[in-house]
Design a protein around this ligand. Structure first.
Ligand SMILES: Nc1ncnc2c1ncn2[C@@H]1O[C@H](COP(=O)(O)OP(=O)(O)O)[C@@H](O)[C@H]1O
Ligand SMILES: [Mg+2]
Length: 1003
């Protein structure tokens, strides 16, 4: 046996030995290909027969004959096989080492985009385009990532170009390994398709290749969330990623980052060509992914080829348009737009299709004129002429039956109409089959059309064959896995335009019937795996006028989308479900189903739109109304929790009502978890309302002793127990225990670190910072904010990033960088409002008012304090009301102090001084009402200072002393300030009056 290696030329569909092509019968070639694709694994005789002779009964000897032929050409021995081993009585196994005995050379790791064995499609007039793609590949191979978009209308030849490129020596005979992965976007009437569908499709096909074990391993290591989406690939060693419950927000970001990491690891040494076809039908998640791949700077030997139809993108305002625009502006992509073929190209096409014929010179201009050089039209017209006998096979040559000048093409000059004409001449049975095929939509298999047509599989198969040649309506597509049989042939329309024309031609009633029937068949075939095809089943039942079933599958499809952290797609399944549910008969069942949809919508809507969105509220309110009637406590509880949360974030006073309803619900049915969550709600609500001692009592009685949070799955926002602890710490501070407050907050932060939820940790860091701002410690705040900032940037937590900005500004002001600090605070407050949140914004306004005061901008400061008070009076955000009154008083006095250099005395009869005094008394009063001792201390200091200028220093001293002494043995900047003020007042104080009377507003 010579050492010249064998090579399978998959494009040409023949076996090569050196330069020499070895002729094989088509079936023999198919057997070789089948075996070679599964090296090392047993292919049973039944499997081979049903895969390669589907629908026909042939004996084993037919198979044995092919095996014999292969052994002969490969020089293989039965006893000492180098290529094909016989497994006694069972079948055969390919034992040749790929790349050595039967070398696939560099083309070996190539994913065949359209199934092997098919004769290569002709390509003319695209030399420049092919050259351009080859150039891009060369640059990608050198480590410079490339993104190219091939665009043009349907049938212009985008797929044909890409296919020819993938088959070119640049890709197949590359000196380094080139992985090719291609995926297709599929039009899904109205609904958003499944998230990442073409990408998963591409990965799936890549990983199915026998030599692609390393791809699966790599996925497991760097992209476990992706591996989890391809169930057949996942082995038990790879842990499933955490579900969306434990990581509510960063999921999407994680999916995207994992994919980037996968691509970058794979392309560290090898090159990856990722083909995503028909992006005008892509889901938004795939577009995000493309944008990320294009914008990343890390080196990658990556060439992404996307194809799309510009008209579809424009008409449907597809998200792709924006991403393309950005990539274009940043020069991060290359665009290739394809145009019609020239007359010379048409001639070249005819020359290649009819070698040696003399008809081309005369026929080319006629065809070109009629089709404008539109490739799909051109091919269809030539097929038509062949089938009509206008072009005759006069073996060994070709001839025209009529002179082209007199040739009546007999077809309309529009490609759609032309297709209709082609369909019109088919037999009724053929048309029926095409109709069924067009309804299956994504491609189909013989068993399914046989079932719908109620014929035998062999008859259906034979019928399919008649539509593959010479008419070319159908082609063989990638093998699909069809439950119940190991391998089934999979067919598709040669072009989507054909499918559409057929589909559009079916009468509405019949179309609905077909959809429903196919849906039912798929349901039984897929049995327990129906969830894998839920989006497709939803379409069949929706179009099949079975809204009840359609709703069920839409909800299932949404759940799958959520597993991929794809909120937009989940919503895009659920909103049509809401519309469909309205078509069900009125009654309890309909409301029950609506409730299920609303419950499923709650979280994706919230995560995507935030708590300020009307849609989020409307959905939660409706879910609540339905839940009260129909829901179990377990269902009602999360809705009520969400409503409370939504109202609280907007500082809407109705949150108090929701909190007490939750309390009642937990009392009636509550589990321990529900009880803990409600206690957390009660603590937080009380703090917001300024009922600090209530908050403390609940926390100390129930939450602090419990303290563990791990089993609670927070539906919204941060972990409820940790959030409650942070609020407990606030309550302690307000109540006059700054040191205990700090301890409690540290404890909460430590727990957040253990819990590992980034959102909760960001929350705990921001709460800790806010406490430090209350405690007036700008130095303690810095490290907390630095950590929070990194976290919020990584995960895109808009709310916490805004909070961190405000507090960072506060710290700047305290450290003397007033202007800088003020503008940071203003930016932070604006960003905070942009998120829709209102709660605690009065605190931020107080910080800003104080900063303006220190900057000497009294009027502006006064305006901010007044705005804050207005909010505190009308919303739930009442905790900082005393401080806002105090600041207002101070800001009223400030201009006078500034004038007199702080020394002069004020008249008690000056109306503006009296106004200011009233504000300060109001501050004291409201601090006392809410038992906010820390704020009472500040109000007392402000009053004492004001009274000093009003010749009432002794009153001030008495007031301050009483408040000060209530604190006991603790230290804080406020207390030291109070101590020195008391000292000053003692020196200057002269008269004494009844403190209590003096502290009350005297009007
Ligand atoms: N340059 C070309 N030369 C010859 N045939 C072509 C060419 N471009 C496209 N075709 C044929 O036209 C038909 C439609 O092309 P296709 O690539 O599927 O279009 P698109 O992907 O742009 O919708 C196919 O049958 C294809 O083989
Ligand atoms: Mg195409």
């Amino acid at each position: 046996m010579s050492s010249t290696p064998f090579r399978m030329d998959l494009r040409a569909g023949c076996l090569m030995h050196g330069d020499q092509a070895i002729p094989l019968r088509p079936k023999t070639w198919a057997v070789l290909q089948y075996l070679a694709e599964r090296p090392g694994s047993l292919a049973t005789k039944d499997e081979l027969l049903s895969a390669l002779w589907p629908g026909v009964t042939v004996g084993e000897d037919t198979l044995n004959k092919s095996i014999g032929e292969l052994r002969a050409v490969l020089g293989d021995q039965v006893k000492t096989p180098r290529y094909i081993e016989t497994v006694h009585r069972r079948g055969f196994r390919f034992v040749g080492k790929i790349g050595r005995d039967l070398a696939f050379d560099a083309e070996e790791p190539l994913a065949e985009p359209n199934g092997g064995g098919a004769p290569a499609r002709l390509l003319v007039g695209r030399t420049t385009a092919l050259g351009q793609l080859a150039n891009l590949l060369a640059r990608a191979r050198a480590g410079e990532r490339q993104l190219v978009f091939v665009s043009g209308p349907a049938g212009i030849g985008k797929s044909a170009l890409v296919e020819a490129f993938l088959a070119s020596p640049e890709v197949r005979a590359s000196p380094t390994t080139v992985w090719v992965a291609s995926g297709l976007c599929i039009q899904q009437h109205g609904h958003s398709p499944e998230p990442y569908m073409p990408v998963l499709d591409a990965l799936d096909r890549l990983a199915r290749r026998p030599e692609a074990g390393e791809v699966a391993r790599l996925l497991g290591h760097v992209a476990p969330m992706w591996l989890a989406q391809i169930p057949w690939l996942r082995d038990d060693e790879v842990a499933a990623p955490e579900g969306p419950q434990t990581l509510p927000l960063p999921g999407t970001a994680r999916m995207l980052r994992e994919f980037a990491a996968f691509v970058e690891s794979l392309t560290a040494a090898d090159t990856l060509v990722l083909v995503l076809e028909d992006l005008h039908w892509s889901d938004p998640s795939t577009v995000d992914l493309l944008s990320l791949l294009g914008q990343r700077r890390d080196p990658a030997r990556l060439l992404v080829i996307g194809t799309y139809r510009p008209a579809e993108v424009a008409v449907h305002e597809h998200v792709l348009a924006t991403v393309l625009e950005t990539l274009r502006l940043r020069r991060q992509c290359v665009e290739m737009s394809l145009h019609e073929l020239a007359v010379d190209d048409v001639r070249a096409y005819l020359d290649q299709r009819f070698p040696g014929a003399e008809l081309t010179d005369r026929l080319a201009p006629v065809i070109h004129e009629h089709t404008d050089g539109h490739p799909l039209f051109m091919v269809a017209l030539v097929d038509h002429l062949l089938s009509r006998g206008s072009i005759l096979d006069t073996a060994p040559g070709w001839a025209l039956s009529t002179d082209p000048a007199h040739l009546d093409l007999g077809v309309p000059d529009d490609i759609r109409l032309m297709i209709e004409t082609q369909i019109a001449v088919l037999s009724p049975l053929q048309r029926k089959l095409l109709e069924v095929a067009s309804v299956t939509h994504t491609g189909f298999t013989t068993p399914i059309v046989a079932k719908v047509l109620e014929t035998r599989a062999d008859d259906a198969e034979a019928l399919i064959q008649t539509l593959m040649r010479p008419q070319q309506f159908l082609r063989e597509a990638d093998p699909a896995d069809w439950p119940g049989s190991s391998v089934t042939r999979h067919y598709a329309f040669t072009h989507e335009l054909y499918r559409q024309v057929v589909y559009d031609g079916i009468a509405a009633k019949r179309r609905a019937r077909l959809h429903r029937r196919i849906g039912v068949i798929l349901e039984t075939v897929y049995a327990e795996r129906v969830n894998e095809i839920a989006p497709m089943l939803a379409i069949h039942f929706e179009r099949g006028d079975d809204p009840a079933r359609a709703v069920g599958y839409l909800v299932l499809a949404a759940a799958r989308a959520r597993q991929r952290f794809a909120n937009r797609e989940a919503i895009a399944f659920l909103e049509p479900a809401l519309v469909l549910v309205a078509r069900l008969p009125r009654g309890r069942e309909r409301r029950r189903r609506e409730l299920a949809i609303r419950l499923a919508l709650a979280q994706p809507l919230h995560e995507l739109l935030g708590f300020s969105s009307e849609r989020v509220h409307e959905n939660a309110e409706r879910a609540y109304a339905l839940g009260v009637e129909l829901g179990s406590p377990a269902q009602l509880f999360p809705i009520m929790y969400s409503l409370w949360f939504l109202h609280v974030m907007r500082a809407d006073p109705t949150a108090t009502v929701m909190a007490s309803r939750l309390d009642e619900l937990a009392r009636r049915f509550g589990t321990t978890e529900a009880r803990l969550e409600v206690d957390s709600v009660l603590v937080r609500t009380a703090v917001y309302e300024g009922r600090f001692d209530d908050a403390r009592c609940i926390a100390e009685r129930r939450l602090v002793p419990e303290g563990h949070a791990a089993e609670l799955a927070p539906a919204y926002g941060a972990d409820p127990i940790i959030a409650a602890q942070c609020h407990y710490a606030y309550a302690l501070w307000f109540l006059g225990h700054p040191d205990r407050a700090q301890l409690a907050m540290r404890d909460a932060l430590a727990r957040a670190r253990v819990l590992g939820s980034p959102f909760t940790l960001a929350a705990a860091l921001c709460h800790s910072s806010l406490l430090e701002a209350f405690r007036r410690d700008p130095r303690a705040i810095r490290p907390l904010l630095d950590e929070a900032t990194v976290l919020t940037a990584a995960h895109g937590f808009a709310l916490w990033s805004a909070v961190a900005a405000v507090l960072g500004g506060w710290a700047e002001v305290q450290l003397g960088r007033t202007d800088q600090g003020i503008s940071a605070m203003e930016r932070g407050i604006a960003a905070y409002r942009d998120t829709g949140a209102r709660m605690v914004s009065t605190y931020f306004l107080a910080f800003l008012a104080e900063a303006r005061w220190s900057a000497g901008a009294f009027a502006e400061g006064l305006a901010v304090a007044t705005e804050g008070l207005q909010l505190a009076d009308t919303t739930l955000d009442r905790g900082y009301r005393p401080e806002l009154w105090r600041l207002k008083g101070e800001l009223l006095l400030a201009p006078k102090r500034a004038h007199s250099g702080g020394r002069a005395t004020s008249s008690r009869h000056d109306p503006s001084v009296r106004d200011a005094e009233r504000c300060l008394l109001q501050a004291l009063d409201s601090a006392r009402t809410s038992q906010a001792k820390s704020l009472e201390l500040r109000a007392a200091m402000s009053l004492a200072r004001a009274w000093r200028t009003m010749r009432r220093a002794a009153d001030g001293r008495a007031l301050l002393r009483e408040v000060y002494e209530g604190f006991g043995d603790v230290a804080s900047p406020d207390l030291s300030e109070a101590r020195s003020l008391l000292g000053e007042l003692a020196i200057r104080g002269t008269r004494t009056r009844d403190v209590r009377r003096g502290a009350r507003p005297s009007v």
